[in-house]
Design a protein around this ligand. Structure first.
Ligand SMILES: *Cc1c(COP(=O)(O)O)cnc(C)c1O
Length: 536
């Protein structure tokens, strides 16, 4: 799932779906109205909700994931409606953070330096932190020179591109000459490149244009900016943003310090992420799924200055960079505070460090190379996807083996549970006198299975810390096993030694046993809860 809004995916009128899938459903023996309901989220205000591709995909896939840790959290609360009986932290959507293909995005000089300084097989071992340790031994001077050369390449690229753009639009000779003289190869270079969707907040650095002008034109410590973007042709707001940045740079008379590159593409991107000193990420927290351009910049030794959104929420501490704003889960409109934070960090810390303490700057460059490269390489992401595919494949083979024996058994169990579920009850939870860190206690739950077998139902305890509002957080689900039977009543037990500190509590539940991997728990699985029992 990519888009961070439920309505972000395609939606269609039910009649349109009926018209297109009638034949398919007939061929496959699927009831058309059932097919339709898989894509509909019940909404109180609508008797016939539209068919949402995202909802359909969430209900019909066996594994789901967000593309950064934060995006996984956003997805879990966004899709909690499909698993209404689970606390949102248990909604079965995991996180697999995106990564970039290192050798595609690495500056060639840096790759050569790695060939000289790291083990020869560093490319094959990019995921291990130890691969990158020898970066500590690369002399400051070599890294400073490498960064200077990369910035000079970027400046040359930008000048050539701006010059040929001016020639193409038949600009006056003077304008063509000026275009070839923009930027300064020695100047601290800030960059960002975006699809200029409004949520990416492309104008944030220009909220106070005068303050930005002072930062850019400081005679001792000048700053320059390269911005690239491409607005969706139908995104008027995005195109307006681009117009405004160009207009601001004209008005401030800093045209040679701010360059806007049109037609953001792979070539522009590659040159920018390799030559920029400071990469900006401006999206509002929780709105960008991952954002990979800051990663591309980070593996090339650019420092990141960014909102704690997407990858940077989990990469900030590893990156040697600076954070804008904090980890408040749902910030209000904080554009003002965020743009102030950008100015203040630039004025008091970042710009002076670049010009007066290059050794500290390079220490941070080493940190981003060592911290971002292993954690955010595509090899790590692929490893995580492979492990999920393997689990999905194993489940599938199990269901299908032996003439679909397990699958048939599961369907029968589902039907048995559906019939008996109104009558199954939690009878008794034997409360351990004290749940304490490190001490093993026995949990015993007695349930009336109303004729179901002990394999038809999973009896589980959700153990966690009790929050100030009385809810369980940082939970672990424990499965209890049947130990005794009297008529339709069964006792289930498990031993647990909590490792958390603080006020602990647990809640017990019965879940129809129609899945073996908790991440494969289908939307709509019958669940019955007992009351939460706070301890201590
Ligand atoms: C990396 C890249 C993107 C994606 O950037 P995000 O930071 O993930 O939004 C888009 N376009 C190009 C050309 C890129 O190289």
């Amino acid at each position: 799932m990519h888009t961070s809004t439920v309505a972000g995916g395609d939606e269609f009128e039910p009649d349109l779906v009926r018209a297109h899938f009638e034949q398919y459903c007939r061929d496959e023996g699927v009831e058309l109205e059932h097919f339709l309901r898989l894509g509909q989220m019940e909404r109180p205000d609508s008797s016939s909700p539209r068919f949402s591709m995202s909802t359909f995909a969430m209900r019909t896939s066996s594994h789901r994931n967000g593309v950064s840790r934060l995006h996984g959290m956003v997805c879990r609360s966004m899709w909690a409606g499909l698993w209404p009986y689970l606390p949102y932290q248990e909604v079965p959507i995991r996180s697999i953070t995106n990564g970039v293909h290192l050798t595609t995005w690495l500056n060639r000089d840096l790759a050569r330096l790695y060939d000289d300084s790291l083990e020869p097989d560093w490319r094959e071992h990019s995921v291990e932190a130890a691969t990158w340790e020898p970066i500590n031994g690369i002399p400051d001077g070599e890294l400073i020179e490498l960064r200077d050369r990369a910035r000079r390449h970027l400046v040359e690229f930008v000048r050539a591109r701006q010059r040929s753009a001016a020639q193409r639009r038949l600009a006056p000779a003077r304008e063509i000459r000026d275009a070839g003289e923009v930027l300064d190869p020695k100047c601290l270079t800030i960059g960002y490149a975006r699809r200029f969707a409004t949520y990416k907040r492309g104008l944030l650095p220009f909220r106070d244009p005068e303050r930005m002008r002072r930062i850019l034109t400081n005679t001792e410590m000048p700053v320059q900016m390269v911005v690239a973007g491409k607005a969706h042709p139908r995104d008027q707001a995005g195109k307006e943003l681009i117009r405004q940045i160009v207009a601001i740079s004209r008005r401030l008379d800093v045209q040679n310090r701010i360059v806007f590159l049109e037609d953001y593409d792979l070539e522009v991107s590659q040159n920018m992420v390799q030559g920029i000193d400071l990469w900006l990420t401006l999206s509002r927290r929780g709105s960008d799924a991952c954002g990979t351009s800051g990663i591309k910049a980070g593996i090339n030794g650019a420092l990141n200055l960014g909102v704690l959104d997407g990858w940077f929420d989990e990469g900030f501490e590893l990156s040697g960079g600076w954070a804008i704003g904090d980890r408040e889960p749902y910030p209000e409109d904080d554009d003002e505070a965020h743009s102030n934070s950008i100015y203040t960090l630039l004025e008091t810390e970042i710009v002076p460090m670049f010009y007066r303490d290059r050794v500290e700057w390079i220490r941070r460059v080493r940190q981003t190379l060592k911290g971002v490269s292993p954690r955010f390489s595509i090899a790590r992401a692929l490893r995580e996807y492979s492990s999920v595919y393997e689990r999905a494949n194993n489940s599938f083979s199990e269901l299908m083996s032996d003439g679909c024996r397990t699958l048939r058994a599961r369907v029968q169990r589902m039907m048995r549970c559906a019939q008996a579920w109104d009558r199954v009850r939690l009878l008794k939870v034997a409360t351990p006198s004290d749940v304490m860190v490190g001490h093993s206690v026995k949990l015993r739950v007695t349930v009336d299975l109303a004729g179901l077998g002990p394999d038809d139902v999973r009896v589980e305890a959700l153990l966690g810390r009790v929050s100030l509002t009385g809810e369980l957080e940082e939970t672990t689900a424990l499965r209890l096993m049947p130990v005794e039977q009297a008529d339709s009543a069964y006792a289930f037990e498990t031993e647990v030694a909590p490792t958390q500190t603080g006020r602990l509590g647990y809640a017990c539940r019965m879940v129809a046993n129609i899945f073996s991997d908790p991440f494969e728990q289908p939307s709509g699985t019958p669940v019955k809860w007992g009351d939460a029992i706070p301890q201590g």
